[in-house]
Unconditional design. Sequence first.
Length: 215
Amino acid sequence: MARPRTSGSKKARRAEPEERRQAILEAGLSVFAASGFEAAKLDDVADKAGIAKGTIYLYFSDKHDLFEQIVRHAVTPVLGQLQNVVALPDLPTEDLLARIFEVFRTEVLQTDRKLVIRLVLTEGSRFPKIAAFYHREVIAKGLGLIRQVAERAHARGELASDEIKKFPHLVFAPLLLSVIWDGLFSRIEPLDVEGLLAAHRKVLIGSGSRRRTGK
């Protein structure tokens, strides 16, 4: 009986640092979102996480490192889902875009991950390192995925031109709008995000399809 109890204790000790790190990441996002990057204090993060301030430095070197790890923690699962969708070669492009938009709607806009985007929008111009990091870790990877989708769609005749390959930003435009609208105007005029994304998908695919236009 002693051995199982000892084994369980070891597992608990291994899990504890992971749980503590998770608590710091969640507290950090909350404090950054409420105060902004510059005004955010690690003391406040520690208080919110229920730990001593010094404990933060066991996991993160400084405030910048904490922010970067918050971003990675937030976006890595989403990028993984998007990569899995793009890896479906036989999926029609319109359906593929629908899945991409649905991942964004449910995994970003309906979660605290949207706070990361808002933070980058408000703080990125004042802190170029934040903007550069977010572009490298999120924007560049997302644009690369859409370019891959657009190139494949154009090659099989689902797009009349390669404009989306040149400007994959067009795909992400309503996603960014949704985040901004949610933060500024949702209480005044709620946005039908699902309807917006469906309409945008038709604009991108419906009128530009060679097969539908017969070109």
